[in-house]
Design a protein around this ligand. Sequence first.
Ligand SMILES: NC(=O)c1ccc[n+]([C@@H]2O[C@H](COP(=O)([O-])OP(=O)(O)OC[C@H]3O[C@@H](n4cnc5c(N)ncnc54)[C@H](O)[C@@H]3O)[C@@H](O)[C@H]2O)c1
Length: 261
Amino acid sequence: MSFTMEQFRLAGKVAIVTGAGGRGNSIGRAYALGLANAGAAVVVADINEQGAGAVAAEINAAGGTAIGVRVDITDPASATAMVDAATTAFGGVDILVNNAALMAELGMLHVADVSLQEWNRILNVNLTGALICAQAVIPSMRARGGGRIVNQTSGGAFPATSIYGIGKLALVGLTTTLAKQLGKEGINVNAIAPGNVTSDAGRMLVPEESPFIKFLEMTVASRPRGSPEELVGALLLLCSDAGAWITGQVIHIDGGWVIRP
Ligand SMILES: NC(=O)c1ccc[n+]([C@@H]2O[C@H](COP(=O)([O-])OP(=O)(O)OC[C@H]3O[C@@H](n4cnc5c(N)ncnc54)[C@H](O)[C@@H]3O)[C@@H](O)[C@H]2O)c1
């Protein structure tokens, strides 16, 4: 069968995006809007219930289909309730985007003296939360004959030089392991590793006048900062029939910050 642009369409598909309702200009919001634009019914999930509702309302006002759901991804019962809400509203789940994480709110913690409590709190959200959400959606994907999971890692994992980076690097391991173990069931699992993104959280973490921006300007192959919307094309490839044979991969979207063979 020859390729057509229709293979990027997600009509009839149901997608959950975690972390899509927190800050105003977030990557999760761009993902949710992009999936809805491609035709998917979207569950906008966030620990911030009001924010999730606002992004869902934005999608519905633009002619898309969405619901907002409060979820705490560290709580299996809450993740199950999120999937139940998706099933009640739209019949099941085809796509999970594990995007929720702690990032801008994390200070520069030193591994040498971080408390185990703080270590566990960060990894619970940034790593275990993705596992919990994957475990919650997999039964529905199996029942529907397949699905797509996209984990949001980070250029900050290549190499990992922070606790945040450790969690994001471990998320790559979760991605490749799930890909290997679920591939024969038609469930593709990939990761997106953005560079420095101008979401509200990204700007909070790295202000425009930060010396880090100067460093990136010298080291990144092309533009050192991108917008949340510039990540959406790759997400649609990974979630649609156009990317049906792609699994176990990390796609770097960073202007050539992490250049790998
Ligand atoms: N902005 C960047 O430069 C950048 C770069 C690389 C990777 N990332 C990753 O992209 C993703 C989104 O980043 P962003 O810049 O939009 O940040 P953001 O802070 O706006 O988004 C994170 C979201 O996760 C939610 N969240 C936190 N804990 C949660 C929990 N327990 N349960 C449910 N939701 C929870 C927050 O409420 C927030 O809405 C994150 O995974 C981040 O690590 C961001």
